[in-house]
Structure formats: C-alpha cells, structure tokens
Design a protein around this ligand. Structure first.
Ligand code: HEC
Ligand code: HEC
Length: 326
C-alpha cells in the first residue's frame, strides 16, 4: 500500500513538473508560430465589381477592427476584447510598404485570411479567420485592399504592439490552432436558397456566430454549428466604456430568443441600422451593418429559424450585471 502511495506521489510530482516546464516554455516563446507557409501563387484581378463587393464585406468585417477615427486602416486598440486575452491592438493594413501590407502578395493575403498564419509564420489567434468565405468573396476583399479607396491608402501611422496575456499565449499552443488552406476553391452559395445564403452570410462572411454563441474558446471554425451554445448568446464581452455586456440569444426560442420579438422587417432594421423594434439603440459592440443588403439580412433571419432553439435569458443576465454594479 505504502509503495502505491509513493508511486502515485512520484507520478503526480512528474505531471506537475511537466506542466510547470510547459508553462515556462510558453512564457519564454510567447504566442505560437509556424514554419513560413507555402502560399498560393495567384494574382487577384481587380475588377470594379470585386472592389465594390470587397468594400461591402470590409464594412462588416475589417473596418470595425482596423479603422481609426479618420476611417483609415491604421490599426487600433480593441477594447471589446476581454482583458484576460491581453491588451490587443490590430495592425496597419493600408498599402504602405513599410508599416502596412503593401509588400504582401495576393496569395499571402489569401493564405493569412484563411489560416491566421502570416508569411513569416507568425500566428494570430485573435484576428477572425475566414475559413468558410467563398473564394470569390475573399478575392473581392483582396481586390478592395489593393484598390484606390480611401481607407486603404498608405499611411505610416500605426497602433502599438499588442500585449498578449499568458492565457492568449497558452491558448495558441493548445486549443487555438492555425486553420488549413482549403484544397478546393470554396463556391458561392446558391443565392436563391435563402437558408443556405443566410447561413453563409452569418457564419462565413459576417462572423455573427462567434459573438452570438456562448464562448470564443469553444467554437468550431469549419463547422460553426458545433460551437457551444450556437446562436444562444451569453458570450460576455466589453461594451461601451469597457462595461461588460452579454450577447443576445438569436435563436427562435419564443421566450428568450428572437422568435416572438422580431419580425423579419424588424430584424433587418436592427441588423442594418442598430435599432430595436421599440426604437431603442443596440449597444456596442453590436454595430449596425448597413452594407449588407435587405435580402442578405432577411436570409440570415430565415436561416436562424432553422437552427435549434436554445433557452438563455440574456435580458435577465444583463439586468443582473446592472444590479451587481450598484
Ligand atoms: C475582431 C477584430 C478584427 C477583424 C474583424 C479583422 N481583423 Fe485583421 N487583425 C486583427 C488583429 C488583432 C490583428 C493583429 C494580429 C497580430 O498581429 O497578432 C490583425 C492583423 C491583420 C493582418 C496582419 C497584418 C500584419 O502586418 O501583421 C491582416 C493582413 C489583417 N488583419 C487583415 C484583415 C482583413 C482584410 C479583415 C477583414 C476581412 C480583418 N483583418 C478583420 C483584428 C481584426
Ligand atoms: C462583436 C460581437 C458581435 C457580432 C460580431 C455580432 N453581434 Fe449582434 N449583438 C452583440 C451584442 C453585445 C448584442 C447585445 C446588444 C444590446 O443588448 O444592446 C447584440 C445584439 C444583437 C441583436 C438584438 C437582439 C435582441 O434580443 O434584441 C441582433 C438582432 C443581432 N445582434 C444580430 C446580429 C447579426 C445578424 C450579426 C452578424 C451580421 C451580429 N449580430 C454580429 C454582439 C455582436
């Protein structure tokens, strides 16, 4: 018996030691990195149609995280990201060749947007990854980044370096991994199939599920519907002035979701203009998305109708936050 106790003690001791060594390793090397990737050799043709589409996508995605007060993509502080992940700044993604991405090839951009791995192998686990975006839409984003539009014109202005917390570093070595570059180009969905289109816009383009599911740390980028609490809300983010706020339940649960709260028209108005049916304004970090078309947002509504309803009383949770503060 004594022998067994001793053995168990030794094994436990070794495990603790290994964990400590691993933590020390993570603290020293920082965020994980990969071998510099082999990126696709391609040149994206910059047609006016692509630039226009890329701009519309950028307005639901890139602008909110990368644009400064003057609407230039200089990079900035991202206050809505919980402090546990560190002090996160985005980057200058203008055409500047020194501070921006003027020297990246089109293939390097496509590769990074799909996998979160930069040309030098640096990994970014915070920047959303567009694993499901159609090839044509991703090319439109690249065409826009190369265009003559104001936000992408070169500037040397840049944000400070991000300070990643130990948790962020640890996650990059464990559960948050780089994505794979798709073997085959991803096709556009059939736009006459509203449910398929809605799913594509919500999960593949606008990344609605990542905020509106329970937890950033329990998400499946290739199969978003397997993410914990898919569209049930309750992800705790920083809102206006750093005040905590829970994301809304967007499933059609009649009591706690949007089943009874929103008609399709009201939903379109809320998403495009940021106004609830009662006329009140949606709070940050929920931003209006006027560049999505009524048809696209209506399609998201049709898609949300088809997913499992989840009971999650967000209004109650947000009210509790208010009370806790008083
Ligand atoms: C939720 C916020 C967020 C959104 C949305 C976002 N980014 Fe980023 N992006 C970041 C952060 C943070 C970094 C810095 C990551 C790092 O260096 O570790 C970054 C880095 C980058 C880089 C690497 C630049 C460099 O020099 O290292 C590129 C390129 C980029 N983003 C492009 C885009 C494009 C294009 C879009 C829209 C399709 C976009 N981002 C949307 C947060 C975001
Ligand atoms: C950066 C995180 C984030 C993203 C991305 C996001 N939302 Fe939200 N959303 C929120 C938060 C937080 C709230 C709660 C706002 C409030 O209570 O005032 C919210 C509220 C809403 C509401 C109001 C629900 C209600 O119960 O009144 C709707 C509708 C909505 N979002 C739809 C969407 C759609 C559709 C998308 C994708 C196009 C999206 N959201 C993307 C964070 C986000």
């Amino acid at each position: 018996m004594k022998k067994i106790v001793k053995l168990v003690g030794i094994v436990l001791g070794c495990v603790v030691l290994l964990v400590l060594v691993f933590c020390a390793y993570v603290a020293v090397v920082g965020v994980a990195s990969y071998d510099p990737p082999v990126t696709p050799k391609l040149t994206v043709e910059r047609t006016p149609a692509r630039v226009a589409r890329g701009e519309a996508i950028a307005q639901v995605q890139c602008m909110s995280c990368h644009a400064n007060d003057e609407n230039r993509l200089t990079g900035k502080y991202l206050g809505e990201i919980p402090a546990a992940f560190g002090k996160i700044y985005s980057k200058n993604i203008t055409q500047d060749t020194e501070k921006g991405i003027g020297n990246w090839t089109d293939g390097e951009l496509m590769y990074f947007l799909r996998t979160s791995v930069k040309p030098d192998g640096t990994f970014s686990g915070i920047m959303p990854r567009y694993s499901l975006m159609a090839e044509e839409d991703l090319k439109s984003v690249v065409a826009w980044l190369r265009s003559d539009r104001f936000p992408v014109q070169p500037t040397k202005q840049e944000a400070p370096e991000a300070e990643y917390s130990f948790l962020s570093k640890l996650l990059s070595h464990t559960i948050i991994k780089a994505g794979d570059y798709p073997q085959q180009p991803i096709p556009m969905p059939d736009s006459t199939d509203q449910v398929a289109l809605g799913r594509y816009i919500a999960d593949g383009v606008a990344d609605c599920y990542s905020c509106h599911s329970s937890d950033f740390l329990d998400q499946d980028k290739l199969h978003p519907e397997r993410s914990k609490g898919y569209y049930g809300g309750g992800n705790k983010l920083n809102g206006e002035g750093g005040k905590p706020i829970f994301t809304a339940n967007l499933t059609f649960d009649e009591e706690t979701g949007i089943g009874k709260k929103y008609t399709k028209e009201q939903f379109i108005r809320a998403v495009k203009l940021g106004v609830r049916p009662d006329g009140s304004t949606l709070r940050l970090p929920m931003e209006p998305r006027p560049s999505l078309s009524d048809y696209e947002v209506g399609a998201i509504y049709e898609y949300l109708k088809t997913i499992p309803k989840l009971k999650n009383d967000i209004a109650g949770k947000n009210a509790e936050l208010q009370l806790a503060k008083k």
